[in-house]
Design a protein around this ligand. Structure first.
Ligand code: ZN
Length: 166
């Protein structure tokens, strides 16, 4: 990826703060997302799946809903989405539909436990590469080590019934 800008790092740190807030809120999860348009945060959030009893309430979706309400738009052309973890398939597809211009994520998929992802082998970034759009870019691995610390590691022995994707 190209050298990150100061802005990229500061928005990712904001996403990390949201992730940590989620980690301390019962039923929420430590994934944070910030959506920025023209240098301004227009939507942000952390995972609220269990809080809302809404399987789609991933941090990225929560942030998109807030951006939509704030902007009165359902397309966010030119916006950058910052997520502390590589977005899942649902959030990647939603980003494509939302006409997000750039996805920046922190921890890479192989830095965290596989239970954070719904599929075994598909790389959700293939969705981006295969999209009809040609105005969407992805920069992964920004502050990756720090972001990865928010999550259970790839080799940790997690009991099967505690794995989110089983
Ligand atoms: Zn997701």
């Amino acid at each position: 990826m190209p050298p990150e800008t100061l802005d990229d790092a500061s928005f990712m740190r904001r996403a990390m703060a949201l992730a940590r807030a989620g980690d301390h809120r019962p039923g929420a999860n430590p994934i944070g997302c910030v959506i920025v348009l023209n240098g301004e945060v227009v939507g942000e959030g952390h995972n609220e799946v269990d809080v809302r009893h809404d399987p789609t309430a991933h941090a990225e979706i929560v942030a998109m809903r807030r951006a939509g309400e704030r902007l009165g738009e359902s397309e966010f052309r030119g916006a950058t989405l910052y997520s502390t973890l590589q977005p899942c398939g649902m959030c990647t597809m939603a980003s494509i539909w939302a006409k997000i211009g750039r996805i920046v994520y922190g921890a890479e998929r192989d830095q965290v436990h596989p239970m954070y992802f719904e599929d075994r082998h598909l790389d959700t970034m293939d969705f981006v590469r295969d999209a009809f759009r040609d105005d969407l870019s992805v920069d992964g691995g920004l502050l990756a080590e720090e972001c990865a610390e928010l999550y259970i590691g790839p080799d940790k022995d997690v009991p099967r019934d505690e794995q989110f994707n089983r």
